[in-house]
Design a protein around this ligand. Structure first.
Ligand SMILES: [Zn+2]
Length: 113
């Protein structure tokens, strides 16, 4: 059940995408195994940001699985600083639902100077 109708924005569950069992070019949700399509730019609600930065909204490139009562957000795997994304992106470290900390791409503009 979604909490949206009570006016509460529930935090997204943040997980690392896994390879689809049948097609290694596809990404899938580690919770239900469904393919998750193409990544889009989206906002993660309530992320656990490990770095000492104050960001209001964590915007990133991620897949989303809608097969659950809650949103599962699967950020694209990136290296530190998101070198493949160009100059307008950097990374912050986020703790995922499996308690591992990974780099997540964010636009520079969401990080205060
Ligand atoms: Zn799923």
């Amino acid at each position: 059940m979604s909490l949206d109708r009570f006016g509460v924005e529930s935090p997204d569950v943040v997980r690392a995408p896994v390879q689809d069992r049948h097609d290694k070019d596809l990404k899938a949700c580690p919770e239900c195994g469904q393919p998750v399509g193409e990544p889009t730019t989206l906002k993660i609600s309530g992320p656990v940001v490990v770095d000492d930065v104050q960001i209001d909204a964590l915007i990133t490139r991620a897949y989303r699985c809608r097969s659950h009562a809650y949103d599962v957000v699967l950020p694209q795997r990136v290296g530190k600083g998101a070198p493949g994304y160009g100059d307008e992106w950097t990374t912050v470290r986020v703790q995922f639902a499996d308690e591992r900390v990974r780099h997540v791409a964010v636009p520079n503009r969401v990080i205060p100077e």
